[in-house]
Design a protein around this ligand. Structure first.
Ligand SMILES: Nc1nc2c(ncn2[C@@H]2O[C@H](COP(=O)(O)OP(=O)(O)OP(=O)(O)O)[C@@H](O)[C@H]2O)c(=O)[nH]1
Ligand SMILES: [Mg+2]
Length: 424
């Protein structure tokens, strides 16, 4: 029955994932995994996880056609990586090895790495797993360990197998009993979460039908947030669009949503869900454009007040605010500069009067820093507009549409338009 299902799956998937290119790629992935590269790079794999005795090993058996040891109660004691490959062999070939855990001593590593078994008879499989357990000191005798972080690697090549890598993991459990301690629960949890965290792990969560879905440890945290993420991505993908008209409607929807959200961001009306903000959320400014620009403008006003004038003119009885001596001048010294300037500005005025142009000259000398400060303001507002724009586009369309629209220079054109509107 299990073999039938496996064959069924492999036939259905052939043509999609069974190409020789795909097989070569997976072989490279497994060679890398075998060389320990997975310590540095996460390699793709389907991981089977869930509560104890929820039927993980049985699910794996149905998918692979390989009879895993399954039983009521404590059963899977270590991670088992099952590498299924389609190959032209007369009989199925099964190769078994142990990848020692990171915490093993040098001597133990040599002993475990030396463990290897090969067979073409699936009936030997249970025996091989038993001897692997023995090698990992999981014999079940007094004082032996219950769980291990060593990994059992099984490579199975047969003409009908699908090209996939599956990982069977021990079941999660909360409470200790006479067979397993709290430390064991932590060890298993760390092992499972370690596999779940690997970015390229595809999580196959197995849940029992007699316990509510939301109560099972594997459906909590990571998996639930994964489901949420998938839903969000699906919503973003939008409805199927095969005709030109449907594609046109899709782009029109993006365009109207974009202008609606950007308009709201410019006007500072944050009623849409996109602008939602809650305490501790760091990216509110990235979305709330008007608030961000107002903040940038108030910093600009402070900067202009403090550094907008070239020289600070200090009254006789006061101390300068600025520390660098070239940045301030005493009033009496400044008056001398003004007198010199009045001479330089002399026109046709009568004696005793002065050319009012002198004020313009003094002003242009004093406002020299305005240009770089204002240039910086323009850049900051441009960056703020770009950030909000990118956030909005990421929110309303899928990754593929987004990058294709961006290629049409929509980014620049729209950002310039936003800066223009904000500046108004
Ligand atoms: N009723 C019923 N029993 C099942 C089903 N799948 C598996 N079992 C039984 O449940 C028990 C546990 O199955 P396993 O596949 O060993 O479960 P597991 O999740 O691998 O268990 P651990 O590795 O110990 O965490 C075995 O006795 C199976 O025969 C199912 O769909 N229905
Ligand atoms: Mg199991």
């Amino acid at each position: 029955m299990a073999m039938d299902l496996a064959e069924n799956i492999s036939h259905k998937t052939s043509g999609l994932i069974q190409s020789s290119n795909h097989r070569d790629l997976l072989d490279i992935v497994d060679t890398l995994r075998n060389s320990g590269v997975s310590h540095y790079v996460d390699l793709p794999q389907i991981i089977v996880c869930g509560s104890q005795s929820s039927g993980k090993s049985s699910t794996l058996e149905s998918l692979s056609g390989i009879a895993f040891p399954t039983a009521e109660g404590l059963c899977t004691r270590f991670a088992t990586e099952l590498i299924l490959r389609r190959g032209e062999t007369d009989k199925p070939e099964i190769k078994v090895q142990i990848q020692p855990a990171a915490g093993r001593t040098g001597e133990e590593r040599i002993r475990l790495a030396a463990f290897s078994a090969e067979t073409s008879d699936q009936n030997d499989f249970a025996k091989i797993i038993e001897s692997a357990k023995e090698a990992m000191s999981l014999s079940g005798r007094e004082g032996s360990k219950i769980f291990s972080t060593d990994v059992l690697r099984i490579e199975s090549t047969s003409p009908t197998a699908p090209n996939i890598t599956l990982v069977d993991l021990p079941g999660l459990f909360g409470a200790s009993d006479k067979n397993q301690s709290d430390d064991d629960a932590t060890l298993v949890q760390e092992l499972v979460v370690g596999y779940m965290r690997q970015r390229r792990s595809i999580i196959l969560a197995v849940v029992t039908a007699d316990n509510p879905f939301a109560n099972q440890p594997v459906t909590k945290s990571d998996v639930q947030s994964g489901i949420k993420d998938c839903r969000r991505k699906l919503t973003r993908l939008g409805r199927a669009r095969s005709t030109k008209r449907e594609k046109h409607t899709y782009l029109q929807r993006i365009s109207s949503q974009l202008s609606k959200l950007i308009r709201a961001g410019i006007d500072g009306v944050y009623a849409d869900k996109f602008y939602e903000s809650y305490p501790g959320q760091a990216d509110a400014f990235d979305r709330r454009l008007r608030a961000h620009v107002q903040w940038i403008l108030s910093e600009y006003a402070d900067k202009m007040r403090e550094d907008g004038h070239s020289l600070e003119i200090v009254e006789e009885d006061e101390d300068p605010v600025r520390e660098i001596s070239s940045k301030y001048i005493m009033r009496v010294d400044y008056l001398e500069i003004v007198s010199d300037l009045m001479v330089e500005c002399r026109g046709r005025e009568l004696p005793g009067t002065f050319n009012p142009m002198v004020v313009g000259d003094m002003f242009s000398r004093q406002c020299k820093p305005w240009e770089p400060i204002t240039q910086n303001l323009v850049e900051r507002i441009h960056d703020a507009a770009t950030t909000t724009f990118n956030k909005v586009v990421s929110e309303i369309c899928d990754q593929n549409t987004r990058s294709r629209l961006m290629r049409l220079h929509m980014e620049w054109k729209s950002c310039e338009a936003v800066v223009y509107v904000v500046a108004q």
